[in-house]
Design a protein around this ligand. Structure first.
Ligand code: HEC
Length: 135
């Protein structure tokens, strides 16, 4: 009798935790399915490049390799964005989500840039990718 109720309450706690966790990750999951509306647009890459040089290059470097001049002051270095896998392995939507929401030392940009400009930045990052469709 007692073991059953312990089992039941731990099951309930487990289920509650799952619900809370999935809500927390829900926006990330939604982001993963978003695609770049400017996919393949050279104009978008050019707009992204202008923003990149002004706002991102200091930490990420010109090409996104993570070697910007400000990295000397950073405890966590940005990773080499030219080596990020292409979609569907690493979706554009996740890149956009990280730009918008930041991550630890990476600032959030959603109050600075409207979604279109975030996509332009994604276009620029992808234009510097060393990955091909097969790798
Ligand atoms: C103050 C330095 C700094 C600036 C400025 C900055 N970043 Fe970052 N960025 C970082 C760091 C550090 C990380 C790695 C964070 C981590 O993994 O904890 C990162 C991570 C990222 C990532 C990868 C997230 C992932 O999924 O691993 C993307 C994409 C990115 N930045 C884009 C940008 C863009 C676009 C801009 C300009 C609008 C920008 N960053 C400006 C420091 C910066």
């Amino acid at each position: 009798m007692k073991t059953t109720s312990i089992f039941k309450s731990s099951l309930l706690i487990f289920l509650l935790a799952m619900v809370v966790l999935s809500y927390m990750q829900m926006d990330l999951l939604v982001a993963a399915f978003q695609t770049n509306p400017f996919q393949g647009s050279a104009d978008s890459v050019a707009r992204g490049e202008t923003l990149w040089m002004q706002y991102c290059m200091a930490c990420h470097g010109r090409e996104g390799a993570g070697d910007g001049p400000a990295t000397a002051q950073l405890s966590v270095k940005p990773k080499d964005l030219t080596m990020v896998a292409l979609p569907p392995v690493f979706p554009d939507g996740i890149l956009a989500y990280r730009i918008a929401n930041g991550k630890k030392t990476m600032p959030a940009w959603k109050d600075v840039f409207p979604p279109d400009q975030v996509w332009d930045l994604v276009s620029y990052i992808r234009s510097k990718s060393k990955k091909t469709a097969k790798t």
